[in-house]
Design a protein around this ligand. Structure first.
Ligand code: OAD
Length: 232
């Protein structure tokens, strides 16, 4: 039998042990900030400084963070598994890349990237972005964080759906299953007969849809699972 095709979805929980806060756990980011104030296009139109400051703080924190054993284990799986391993993350940090992953699908955008709201050009974001910074291509004063806000369409959906439609194994790590479309990936994977595994500290909203649950901290559960897969 050929090596299974694996799709991995990660969320904030995988970066928690690297010191980056999750969104919905007690004291998480959405307990400290209202989504409507910092994570919507309307918020950016109303008060761009507040929104840019929010992401500047998160970018600075992510820049200083180091990957943990879960990020490193996934990179090891991508490098050594004989079949395809598609890594999709809802995270905007770059800890998968720092952990050694070569190909990371950032469906909610990336803190390391800036986006021109006028011409869609992308370029590396400075650690501290300024409101109204000029786009290096079209010169419009329209730089914004390259983040998918609530009400916007996640990136790379075609590629993700293609991978899910061919998945033999689907694994969700450190995500609460609250935000669609990512929360619906497990159903898409089930639809094509994939085995579905959840690795979370607490069961997610969609926990009942998984064939298997491996509770615990990602830095414990993910390396153990990766070794099992690599051992064949
Ligand atoms: P959440 O904060 O909603 O969920 C984090 C999940 O990680 C929870 O289920 C926790 O139990 C789990 N968790 C916490 N620490 C963990 C650890 N050490 N090991 C394993 N699991 C752990 O974060 P997400 O599901 O990623 O979107 O949130 C999804 C989206 O909602 C985010 O991408 C963001 C947010 O609003 C946007 O900003 C567009």
């Amino acid at each position: 039998m050929s090596a299974p095709s694996i799709v991995i979805l990660t969320g904030a929980g995988i970066s928690a042990e690297s010191g980056l806060g999750t969104f919905r756990d007690e004291g998480g980011l959405w307990a400290q900030h209202r989504i409507e104030d910092v994570a919507t296009p309307e918020a950016f139109a109303r008060n761009p400084q507040l929104v840019v400051d929010f992401y500047n703080a998160r970018r600075t924190q992510a820049h200083a963070a180091t990957p943990n054993a879960a990020h490193v284990a996934i990179a090891r799986l991508q490098a050594n598994h004989a079949g395809p391993v598609t890594l999709v993350t809802q995270n905007v940090d770059d800890l998968h890349e720092k952990g050694g992953s070569q190909d990371v699908i950032h469906m909610h955008g990336a803190l390391t990237s800036a986006l021109c709201a006028t011409c869609d050009n992308r370029w590396p974001a400075p650690l501290t972005m300024a409101v109204g910074a000029a786009c290096p291509r079209c010169n419009a004063p329209a730089a914004r964080p390259d983040i998918v806000w609530f009400g916007e369409i996640p990136y790379h959906m075609e590629r993700i759906e293609r991978a899910l439609s061919a998945a033999d194994i689907f694994v969700a790590i450190g995500t609460s299953g609250n935000v669609y479309p990512a929360a619906g990936f497990v159903q898409m994977a089930r639809h094509v007969g994939a085995r579905t595994i959840e690795m979370n500290l607490d069961p997610g909203e969609n926990a009942g849809l998984f064939d298997e649950t491996r509770p615990g901290k990602a830095s414990d559960t993910v390396p153990v699972w990766v070794e099992t897969v690599l051992a064949g």
